[in-house]
Design a protein. Structure first.
Length: 256
């Protein structure tokens, strides 16, 4: 029951605001800021957590404790925020020991990631076929086993150490990202100005004629015909899309 209670806040708010989050927060600088802020929060929590924790075992958690951790997990909807980091730090803030917070975070990951996987599969069901199922199943099992092994190591680690090294990592990464972006922008700006069309792959117009979807530099972008903003419709990171077009309903996208 505690897992279900903790799962609900992120599930409900994720379904309601996922499009808004993708449209406004999936930006490199936003991610960099989230990394830095997350690192600072870890330092603050570690400094605050010197007192004796109120809960030392997940079996001692009440539904109110689970709800508080679930609310902390909502922050993981912000790009650049670790789901496990948000739940562990949230648990420690609300009185859980490091070990109890880490264990509950792992248990909470099971329904959360399972639901996110089902949502992604349903949304991209047009790209799936029977031949893909064994590969997806093998990937799911491998991810679960590797996550279980990592969590076992992490539980042993946190019983003897704190999370300050992870905080330093987040801050360092958050500083490097904007520096790299500025450098890359200076190097590529002239190439974009000289031949921007060279980056565009394919382009297709919706049946209603009010939107255009095109691929560029491996991404998928939707552009309104008259007014509005360009929307990055790339669903999966580290995947280079070769083609994209509107489905017959004029709303869904088929990407390759």
């Amino acid at each position: 029951m505690n897992l279900f209670i903790a799962f609900l806040p992120a599930a409900i708010l994720g379904l309601l605001f996922i499009k808004t989050i993708k449209a406004h927060l999936f930006q490199p600088f936003t991610v960099a800021i989230a990394f830095i802020v997350g690192g600072l929060i870890i330092f603050w929590v570690e400094k605050r957590h010197r007192y004796e924790p109120r809960i030392t075992s997940v079996d001692d958690m009440q539904w109110g404790d689970a709800l508080k951790v679930g609310l902390a997990q909502v922050f993981s909807l912000i790009p650049g925020t670790s789901r496990s980091g948000a739940t562990i730090m949230g648990g420690m803030i609300f009185g859980l020991s490091r070990r109890a917070a880490t264990e509950f975070s792992f248990f909470l990951a099971i329904p959360t990631l399972f639901a996110a996987t089902l949502y992604s599969l349903w949304k991209d069901r047009a790209l799936l076929d029977a031949a893909s199922l064994p590969m997806l199943g093998a990937g799911f099992v491998a991810a679960f086993v590797s996550a279980f092994a990592c969590v076992r190591w992490l539980i042993r680690y946190v019983s003897r150490h704190d999370f300050r090294p992870f905080a330093w990592y987040r801050i360092a990464f958050g500083i490097v990202v904007p520096i790299t972006l500025v450098s890359d922008f200076d190097q590529t700006r002239q190439r974009w100005i000289k031949s921007p069309t060279d980056w565009i792959g394919t382009a297709h117009i919706s049946a209603s004629g009010d939107r255009v979807v095109f691929t560029a530099r491996g991404g998928v972008f939707v552009v309104p015909a008259r007014q509005g903003r360009i929307v990055d419709a790339s669903h999966t990171q580290r995947v280079r899309y070769r083609d994209a077009r509107f489905m017959p309903d004029g709303k869904s996208l088929l990407t390759l």
